[in-house]
Design a protein. Sequence first.
Length: 580
Amino acid sequence: MSASAYDGAISRVVRDVTNTTTNADAVTAVPAAGPGRRTALRFGYGTNGFADHRFEDVVTVLEGLGYNGVALTLDHQHLDPFDADLARQVDRVRDRLTTAGLAVVIETGARYLLDPWHKHSPTLVSPQDRGRRLELLRRAVRVGADLGAEAVSFWSGAVPAGVPSELAWDLLVDGCATVVEAAQEAGVQLGFEPEPGMMIEDLDGYERLRDLLGAPTAFGLTLDIGHCRCLEPAPVPDCVRRSADWVVNVQIEDMRRGVHEHLEFGLGEIDFPPALDSLIEIGYRGLVSVELPRHSHAAPDVARRSLAFLHYAGAPARSMSGRASASSSSSSSSPAGVPGEPSVNDVASALAAALPASGHAWLVAAVDTVRASPTEIRRLFPAARRHCGRGQPGKQGLHAQPYPMNGPLRPALADWTSDDAARALLLTALPMADEALAAEAARLYEQGDAAERRAVLLALPLLDVGSAALAIVRDALRTNDTRLIGAAVGPYAARYLDDASWRQAVLKCVFVGVPVAVVADLAGRVDEELARMLVAFAHERVAAGRDVPADIWSVVDRFPDLRLPELAAQSGPHRGSGYP
């Protein structure tokens, strides 16, 4: 797709969202982050995650998906820096990138390019054969200059066994100085990457190395967001802010504390909305490139999901990370964190897997429209089902969808549908908070059908409204619609409803047949008074010759002294069920 054709595709999507009738099915790309998008971030994807594709095909896929750039790892399959005809190969790569309108950064972390037997060897801290690493980096600088790369990224390598620390530092500083000199002569920006398990693995190490080199401008930082979570003591957004003066290249993926494994978004521990916000906050303008080097077997699908996730994770107008606890709640029992409470990460990863390309295009454009014109949500909110569907991809199995909407990887979104998640994302995009946001949510609830009302209830834990939206919950609890009642007793009610109202909500579930298992934080908030109320309810049912709902015993059995003799036979096989 040419640049003009792609711009036309985006314009059609935005026009269709602005008009009543939409034909988003004609669009296959997720609109890229451009000057009009709040995120102002430019996303790329690493070629080391496309090991089974020709370079031209990698560009075709990334261009078609709507990426802004490529993180090109110099390796044998895409661009071999030791190719006998390197100049012609560089011209070929440059022409393809120029045609696609994609920016490029150069990565130098190929595993076996220099040694077929030893991964990442030799390195800058190898006493023998380090000349091969230096030659690779000099060639990378020349390739970067010829391609107009925004940065050339490299790392220290691990210290070989038996090499003293003092010698390792001498080798590293000397090698980096050589690379810096080459970069300065070529007018190329370097990005040094701290890498877990290597000599320089954190920001402290980078700063020390930078100081030893004399802090040259050409010696910038490649910041890997996943690595920050893996081993930096500070939260990811703080790492970004600390790096503001040096960062020239960003890599991104999900990761867990203490485990250097690059994961798809939503499968690790990173809270991405504040991480992306912090990049915007420091004014970062380089590429943010997805690095998933072990996902080549499903590269196009993984790249599609990744870009969708990044757009969705950047949707909230205000980050909910660090949201104040429920101290304003009238209930002393309201927890600061409710088990099973959904996050924007959950919603983003679920939508990334659930929606077709046309649904992604519509939703990204709709989010931008809501940010720019908040009242437009009143028209777009009802349209979400038409464009995003009501699928529950978890029912297809974990192998079919790595991000099941209602599967074990997403317990917080149990029973959510695609349009529920899309509507929740639209609500988070509203540039307002507190009473103003609660009022807009209430308006959508009041004017919506049952599905739209349910979506508002499900989205409440994601919104920066404090207890201001309790009126919506109380209205739902006054109905006899089991869909609304089930949604109303979710994490928001567990966080903010006072004790008396929460007990009445549980009793309402029992009356109308909503399983008490759907009540958020039931095990954490249950008390003796609720058990007494349920025993009284059971006594009335028995006296009237009616069955007693079996699941109430999961509450009552926590207080065995309350059990009336005539109710003992009612527990049956369900005694104690519902609690782990």
